[in-house]
Ligand binder design. Sequence first.
Ligand SMILES: Nc1ncnc2c1ncn2[C@@H]1O[C@H](COP(=O)(O)OP(=O)(O)O)[C@@H](O)[C@H]1O
Ligand SMILES: [Mg+2]
Length: 243
Amino acid sequence: MIEVHGLTKRYGDFTAVRDLSLRVGSGEVLGLVGPNGAGKTTTLRCLAGIIPASAGTIHLAGHDLTATPVAAKRALAFFPDEPRLFEYLTVRQHLNFVARIYGVRNHETIAQPLLEEFEIADKADQLPGELSRGMKQKLAIACGLLHGPQVLFFDEPLTGLDPLGIRRMKNSILQRARAGATIVLSSHLLHLLEEVCTHVLILKKGEKIADGTIPEVAARFSQGEPTVNLEEVFLRATGGTEG
Ligand SMILES: Nc1ncnc2c1ncn2[C@@H]1O[C@H](COP(=O)(O)OP(=O)(O)O)[C@@H](O)[C@H]1O
Ligand SMILES: [Mg+2]
């Protein structure tokens, strides 16, 4: 469960996210959408405790991110849009290292299935420099899942993957949701979001314009038409055509 009230993030005088509230339940996948610069990455970074919020409260799996940051961070995993890896650690050493930081016991029995799920088991002894971008992304995700987080934040997880990689990533996300994880992801690939997300939240210039299930949000911007896809909703909501 994620509960956010009145999240505001300022960079100096500039307000990147303003008074954002949201709630995502266990098993739900919230898609954060909005034009470039809308504040998606800023929101995800605040929710994951990477950068401090200027105002507002954030609860993750029952833990207050400000009052009990260690407990909250133990419950979450954050996957940035650019995977950050250690140049001199192999794939397996990454997993060993992360397991030690998080105090994951019997991590070998967890790491091996993750390597297989993300199809990098045959790269276990290779360095990041020898991996493709998609493989690096998969390694970063395998590392983040090692401690069994209940709350997952993905920034643009489908960008840069090939079609098979996208399908696998979608399945991995859906599988975690079915197992009870609470997930927020951002993406510009709106047709893919429709297949993964139970809910969407549309951001524009740091403010929430609409949120709800995809049919609820679609109904709001449908202008009486029976079916409106998320791309059309996005364009209408963010000013592509008047909505
Ligand atoms: N570290 C920063 N310092 C100052 N401004 C920033 C910083 N990071 C992001 N911004 C600004 O905040 C706004 C939201 O950015 P971002 O959250 O990256 O949007 P999105 O991920 O939706 O494209 C943009 O106007 C961006 O220029
Ligand atoms: Mg971004």
